[in-house]
Design a protein around this ligand. Structure first.
Ligand SMILES: [Cu+2]
Length: 163
């Protein structure tokens, strides 16, 4: 098979009926809209990333020092949990490792609703810092489908939060 060689140089250039200087210029209305869009983009980003937004203060601007750290190990569909006790309002860190596959580590209220969760990747130290707002007992479940025994991965009342 012989390859045909074409070069960009060899292509005929499309000719425009307008003058070259005119065709490169933006329409003033188009330009106005471009600036409006740039303005909207900047304003939305500045507002949503600013520390004035409460959740951004937590996500981006604060670096809380956790009062306690709990080391969680997961292996063969089983959680190995330390005693986990926290106080309302204090920051605690959950650090989880997996010996085999990807699991999830989730804390659930007694009514089954989710408080927080993170993915637990093997070969990584996965951590999350949390501050509980309500006293109570929390269950731990795997929140990532990890295999046939995934649904067995429930530890009731694994976390105790006191006032
Ligand atoms: Cu699982």
């Amino acid at each position: 098979m012989s390859a045909k060689k074409t070069t960009a140089k060899g292509r005929p250039r499309a000719t425009t009926p307008h003058k070259a200087t005119e065709s490169h210029r933006m329409d003033p209305r188009e330009k106005r809209w471009l600036f409006v869009l740039i303005g909207v983009f900047l304003a939305v980003n500045i507002i949503t990333l600013s520390p004035a937004v409460p959740w951004q203060r937590w996500l981006l601007w604060s670096k809380p020092e956790p009062a306690k750290s709990f080391a969680i190990e997961i292996d063969d569909y089983e959680f190995t949990l330390p005693p986990m006790e926290a106080k309302v309002g204090e920051y605690v860190e959950f650090t989880a490792t997996s010996k085999d596959v990807t699991y999830g580590f989730g804390a659930f209220r007694q009514d089954g609703s989710l408080v927080f969760q993170m993915q637990v990747l093997p070969g990584m130290t996965n951590s999350i810092v949390w501050r509980f707002d309500e006293a109570g007992s929390y269950d731990v479940r795997s929140t990532e489908y990890s295999g046939p025994r995934h649904s067995e991965m429930l530890v009731e009342d694994a976390i105790t939060v006191t006032q």
